[in-house]
Design a protein around this ligand. Structure first.
Ligand code: NAP
Ligand code: MG
Length: 497
């Protein structure tokens, strides 16, 4: 083995600890002969740490370890598996201060992002611990006299996980924790900009929690090399991918090529629909949070504001005023609400989308400018659904506002996108909002709220090009287990011949 192995992981969870290793077969491997990725604080440009870039052989070793470890892990008692996952949740809570700092410096997440990502992750991991007891099956009647049908649920086996950089801790752990609780092993490739919150912190948590070697493996490295191998490795039984629709399509093809189940959480272009009888204060409050939380770099952010023409001007004025007043700056300062964009290429694309939309005839009400990676909260009016910032997933702090004249037209515009992830509808009449929401083709939709919601007991996922399958609770239990039909012929059976 070309790897230099070390038994020692990061001494603690702090930003100053040594994170320069991959985690394979229960070992922190320095991999001195691999290239390094710089992990950069987007607010300051400072390099926080470096991590090795896993290559194909590293991913292969991770799968080998996972396959080997999974058999035994699946045979441990549910109580034992639940205990390990619960302990990981407890440790995640205990190390809140360090983990929140990591979210700030690695993802550019301000206090509201730290609260929701860290707090949400703790809740989800505690919930996942109980999955160990919930992978029970059914006892169904038979058409054959004297036969009993028992349907068991087996762990799927080895789960390959690939996640994005925007909410990396939460999006990785929402698969890793259920997978482990259910008796699977995992090979995780976090996104290149966020290998620590998206992967190595999770390895450190589960190692401290007492997870046996090889059950969780974390291989940082570029998506096109390590990620491609994670999705195409023949030993994976499920490939759980969260990211863009284009990459998701490639990953799904890789997975299906060896008959692994692709579980896909992809992009969105989420509408926030404000009917003319809505409470304007509530609609604007929700519109601000849903657009600007984590600088709009979220699959379930509000991408488009659809507002009835009779309240359009007032809504736009209030939204722009509020947007212009949001404090921007270093996420480590709790006062700030708007932090940096993850990197230059993402920032450049956001700015280009804004500029093109203005060229296409939209009016810039506020924002549009940037300072380094900090992009001002931007509000655009006179927008039509075919303009650049409306028909693309802009993934930035941008609120394009589109007018409509009837509920039918609102539904038509809302659905005029390839995506179908989340959305929201505001009305003073809940039944009317429901009738509109029923006709919007998204996997998730929220009345008198905004689209940024995730809960342990509600299915998370999208329709159309936003993905395949659902996360959380029974839905993810189904994705991470295989049903097995076992029948018992309790009386002699009379056959046809
Ligand atoms: P991305 O470019 O698709 O990357 C996602 C992950 O895939 C990263 O880890 C990336 O690695 C990896 N990857 C890249 N090329 C790959 C390949 N050929 N094979 C296997 N893996 C590969 O997406 P992103 O820009 O990080 O994230 C933004 C997108 O994710 C948006 O579309 C957003 O809507 C979506 N998203 C969806 C959800 C959801 O739950 N539905 C949640 C969050 C985000 P590298 O970092 O090394 O390139
Ligand atoms: Mg990656």
């Amino acid at each position: 083995m070309s790897q230099q192995a070390t038994a020692q992981g990061p001494a603690d969870f702090s930003v100053d600890a040594d994170w320069d290793a991959m985690f394979v077969d229960g070992e922190w491997r320095r991999a001195a002969d691999r290239d390094r990725t710089d992990v950069t604080n987007p607010a300051t440009g400072e390099v926080i740490t470096q991590v090795p870039e896993a290559l194909e052989p590293d991913v292969d070793e991770a799968y080998e370890a996972a396959v080997e470890a999974q058999r035994e892990w699946a045979n441990t008692s549910p109580a034992e598996r639940a205990k390990v996952v619960r302990e990981a949740a407890r440790l995640l809570d205990e190390h809140a201060e360090d983990v929140r700092e990591w979210i700030a410096v690695e993802t550019g997440g301000t206090k509201p992002k730290q609260d929701i990502e860290h707090g949400g992750a703790v809740t989800f991991v505690y919930d996942a611990a109980q999955f160990a007891f919930r992978s029970s099956g059914k006892h169904n009647r038979s058409k054959i006299p004297g036969k009993d049908n028992v349907i068991k649920k087996e762990p799927a086996g080895v789960v390959g996980v690939i996640t994005p950089w925007n909410v990396p801790l939460k999006l990785s752990i929402r698969v890793v924790a259920p997978a482990i609780a259910l008796g699977n092993a995992v090979v995780l490739n976090p996104a290149s900009p966020t290998p620590v919150t998206g992967g190595l912190i999770i390895a450190n948590l589960f190692e401290e929690a007492g997870l046996p070697e090889g059950v969780l493996n974390v291989v940082p490295g570029s998506g096109s090399v390590a990620g491609d191998r994670v999705s195409s490795h023949p030993a994976s039984d499920v490939v759980a991918f969260t990211g863009s629709t284009d990459v998701g399509r490639m990953v799904a093809k890789n997975a299906i090529d060896h008959f692994a189940l692709p579980a896909l959480e992809l992009g969105g272009n989420n509408p926030h629909v404000v009917l003319e009888d809505a409470d304007l204060d509530g609609a604007v409050d929700a519109g601000i949070f849903g657009t600007f939380w984590h600088q709009g770099q979220v699959c379930i952010s509000i991408n488009r504001h659809l507002v009835h023409e009779s309240i359009y001007d007032e809504y736009a004025e209030r939204l722009a005023e509020r947007a212009a007043s949001l404090p921007i700056g270093d996420p480590r300062d709790d006062e700030n609400v708007i932090g940096p964009i993850i990197n230059e290429s993402q920032r450049d694309q956001i700015i280009e989308y804004i500029e093109r939309t203005v060229e296409e005839g939209a009016t810039l009400e506020t924002g549009g400018d940037h300072d380094g990676l900090f992009v001002e909260p931007t509000v655009l009016t006179d927008v039509t659904n075919d303009m650049t910032a409306a028909c693309n997933e802009h993934f930035g702090p941008v609120a394009p506002i589109i007018p409509f004249s009837s509920d039918d037209e609102a539904v038509e515009i809302a659905n005029d996108t390839e995506y179908g992830l989340s959305g929201s509808v505001h009305s003073g009449d809940a039944f009317r909002a429901e009738a509109v929401a029923d006709r919007i083709d998204t996997g998730m939709i929220h009345i008198n709220d905004q689209p940024v919601n995730a809960e342990p007991a509600a299915p998370f996922g999208g329709m159309k090009s936003s993905g395949v399958g659902r996360y959380n609770s029974d839905w993810i239990i189904d994705e991470l287990t295989e049903p097995k039909w076992m029948s018992f012929q309790r009386e002699p059976r009379s056959y046809h011949f």
